[in-house]
Design a protein around this ligand. Structure first.
Ligand code: MF3
Ligand code: CO
Length: 259
């Protein structure tokens, strides 16, 4: 599979979608309180994308693993759900750990990002999982410089998470992002060996997204639901994600609010 490098203008187009996604996630984060339902968060995402003239990329999206299109703008994954949890009329409660995943596009240029939040204080193990997953994402992003390899990125993430005795979800990975939500040729694993894998070049755009659990890292498909993936041992799952571009000057985060 060939990797399509993006021009500076194309990267700017993705960053515009990224701003819409980042501000939607920001609003959702502020709204995620006890008593608020997952569907209310879905509505905020749709409204905020619209305000930025961006479209919800997942609405009607049919990934290769599914026989039906997805029906929402967001994936909202609660507690032992790791990814692809469904917006539903369920109200948040104290101590919940919620992953909020959103993909938006402007004129077909996509940007994909996820934040996890704790509702209220949360238990120490949940706080640790959340912070370590976010740190692991940034450790991976910092490795995304020209000349490094995806093995270097995965290795850095893996080393950090194993030191923290957390479970890496090995069945799932980051991916190329651009004119599609998932572009082929770039599987951004959260484990790896230094110097192995695709060598990074300016113009590559992809999602760095550690998915991490408090247990073994093994995951399962929810019965009767083709989307939701939860932890096999029912420990908590956390997920952070940014879409980045590799540039001559190092990684550029495309799903961030403008400074
Ligand atoms: N951000 C999600 C991912 O990278 C988008 C997939 S959502 C799907 O896996 F449920 F529609 F597949
Ligand atoms: Co993604």
């Amino acid at each position: 599979m060939s990797i399509r490098l993006k021009t500076a203008g194309e990267i700017d187009a993705m960053a515009a979608a990224g701003v819409a996604v980042a501000s939607a996630l920001d609003r959702m984060k502020a709204a995620a309180k006890v008593g608020v339902t997952l569907l209310e968060l879905e509505d905020i995402a749709r409204e905020e994308l619209k305000r930025h003239h961006a479209s919800p990329s997942l609405l009607g999206y049919q990934p290769s693993f599914s026989s039906v299109p997805y029906q929402f703008a967001t994936c909202l994954s609660l507690n032992d759900e790791v990814i692809h949890g469904l917006p539903r009329p369920k109200a948040l409660k104290e101590g919940d750990l919620l992953g909020m995943d959103l993909v938006g596009n402007i004129d077909g240029w996509h940007a994909d990002s996820t934040v996890s939040v704790l509702i209220g204080e949360g238990k120490p193990n949940a706080r640790k999982l959340l912070m370590a997953t976010r740190d692991a994402m940034w450790i991976g992003i910092r490795k995304c410089v020209p000349g490094a390899t995806l093995g270097d990125v995965g290795h850095a993430i893996q080393t950090f998470l194993e030191k923290n005795r957390l479970g890496i979800v090995r069945d799932l990975s980051g991916h190329g992002v651009g004119t599609a939500v998932h572009e082929g040729g770039l599987d951004v694993l959260n484990f790896g060996q230094p110097g192995r894998g695709v060598r990074l070049e300016p113009g590559m755009t992809f999602a760095v997204e550690p998915m991490v659990t408090g247990g073994s890292g093994r995951v399962r498909q929810a019965p009767g639901d083709p989307w939701t993936i939860f932890t096999a041992d029912h420990t908590l799952g956390a997920h952070f994600e940014h879409t980045i571009a590799v540039t001559e000057d190092g990684p550029r985060v495309l799903t961030a609010l403008p400074k």
